[in-house]
Design a protein around this ligand. Structure first.
Ligand code: PLZ
Length: 444
């Protein structure tokens, strides 16, 4: 099947009548707790386009939350998955093995930051990867405590929800939370008094102080940080912050875990966001874009840490499912062959200067930030840094009505994030940005 026509087409109000009918059924059948950004049902998708059941061609500026970097139906992924499904769908790697699992591990050992000896374990979801990274760090150090950052997001399971900063909707009513999790300030320059360099230094100081005086370094198994915070609002720490975290961790025998689940595989204009600052984490968690839309996640890291867990200590029925592994091999090959890392930088070059023109003291756009094809606008009440979630929502709603899917995120719900597939064409990107610019002007 060929890719959908790469052009925005709005045939009906969005959502259209067929989506609205399905939405009624959904409301009757599904648990209310399952959210949705745009109540539209998709029939097919590929490249930078989502085609809904009413025939609208919606520009995809979300990639299913940073997953479909190669598009939602890249021919190489479709071919590899189809071929694997015909051979076998599942054995459980803990029961009998297959080479796809080993090949994905080898690719991750090769691609992730650092040239030390690495090993990998595969899982299914991002949260599961984070859980297992913590298990490995605890197993290797024999220490209980885990440090995470304000604005951090790591998943919805008990441990990862406990590690996540934001209360509503992730945590409210779901306690008691997992113990031995401590949160320290994140270096968030836009909301930190003083310049970015002071922000990095002061945030590092707070980390040191908290670990040394409140917890005790010898009790800390791991510091877990997203190199660019995703759900928290695409917060890019100032240069030096991540390196400072890494150095502090190394100094005290603490495992530094980079959660690159949202930032990985070219998204930020480097294969991994840590690469921008040549930061080498001890363990790195990946998922999302790894397998081009199939559920697959991984922990990769220093061989001596990864091997600290005895045989049988890691696993899962579906961990490293063969179909997901086949998808990952094709996805990684595509990212490298089509040089999508460079494409992410081109997307930044095309989009960021345009978005930056929307920032001024009188504007509702307080800041534009991000790297590569992971860009965001933070909305504020003009002349202040007071968060304006209602403006972010209104802009997103306007984009949706015009057939451009953007997502809102951020601790204060006031950030619009752009995560287009890396394969999106220049024309589609230009069209989406024009719609977004117009939607923002309407709010100013
Ligand atoms: N770590 C950095 O971004 C997932 C959340 C969607 P899972 N982010 C999207 C939602 O609201 O549930 C994420 C992430 C980072 C971990 C995760 C968790 O990955 O595959 O959703 O478990």
């Amino acid at each position: 099947m060929s890719q959908p026509e790469q052009r925005r087409i709005v045939n009906t109000p969005i959502p259209g009548p067929r989506s609205r009918k399905l939405q009624k059924q959904r409301t009757a059948e599904l648990a209310t707790g399952l959210g949705m950004a745009l109540p539209v049902f998709i029939e097919r998708a590929g490249g930078g386009i989502l085609v809904d059941v009413d025939g609208n061609h919606i520009i995809d500026m979300a990639s299913g939350i940073a997953v479909t970097s190669v598009g939602a139906s890249h021919p190489a992924v479709v071919h590899s998955v189809t071929e694997q499904v015909q051979r076998f769908t599942h054995t459980c790697f803990l029961v009998t093995e297959y080479d796809g699992f080993v090949d994905v591990a080898a690719a991750l050992n090769r691609l992730t930051p650092g040239d030390h000896e690495k090993k990998t374990a595969l899982f299914t979801t991002g949260a599961e990867a984070v859980e297992n990274a913590v298990k490995i760090a605890r197993g290797a150090t024999g220490r209980p405590a885990v440090i995470t950052l304000d604005h951090g997001y790591h998943g919805r399971t008990l441990l990862t929800m406990s590690m996540t900063a934001k209360n509503v909707p992730y945590k409210q009513g779901f306690g008691p939370f997992a113990p031995e999790i401590y949160r320290v300030p994140a270096a968030y320059p836009f909301r930190w008094p003083g310049d970015p360099q002071e922000c990095a230094q002061q945030a590092l100081h707070r980390l040191r102080e908290c670990v040394l005086t409140q917890i005790g370094a010898s009790n800390v198994a791991a510091i877990v940080a997203e190199p660019i915070q995703g759900e928290g609002g695409f917060i890019v720490p100032p240069p030096g912050f991540l390196r400072g975290v890494q150095e502090f961790a190394n100094e005290h025998g603490i495992v530094f875990i980079a959660d690159e689940i949202q930032t990985g595989f070219g998204r930020t204009g480097a294969m991994f966001a840590c690469d921008h600052e040549e930061v080498v984490p001890d363990l790195i968690t990946t998922a999302k874009a790894l397998a081009g839309g199939m559920p697959l996640s991984a922990v990769t890291g220093r061989a001596e840490l990864m091997d600290a867990v005895p045989p049988g200590g890691l696993g899962g029925t579906y961990a490293g499912n063969p179909v997901a592994c086949a998808a990952a091999l094709a996805t990684i090959e595509t990212i490298e062959r089509e040089d999508l890392v460079r494409r992410a930088r081109t997307i930044e070059d095309l989009a960021k200067p345009r978005l930056e023109r929307l920032v001024s003291r009188q504007s509702v756009v307080g800041e534009v930030r991000g790297r590569g094809a992971m860009l965001a606008l933070e909305f504020v009440h003009p002349g202040s840094t007071a968060p304006a979630p209602e403006i972010a929502q209104a802009v997103a709603a306007r984009c949706h009505a015009e057939g451009v899917l953007v997502l809102v995120c951020g601790t204060f719900g006031n950030v619009i994030r752009l995560l287009p597939p890396l394969v999106i064409g220049d024309d589609l990107l230009d069209d989406a940005l024009t719609v977004l610019e117009q939607a923002i002007r309407e709010q100013s």
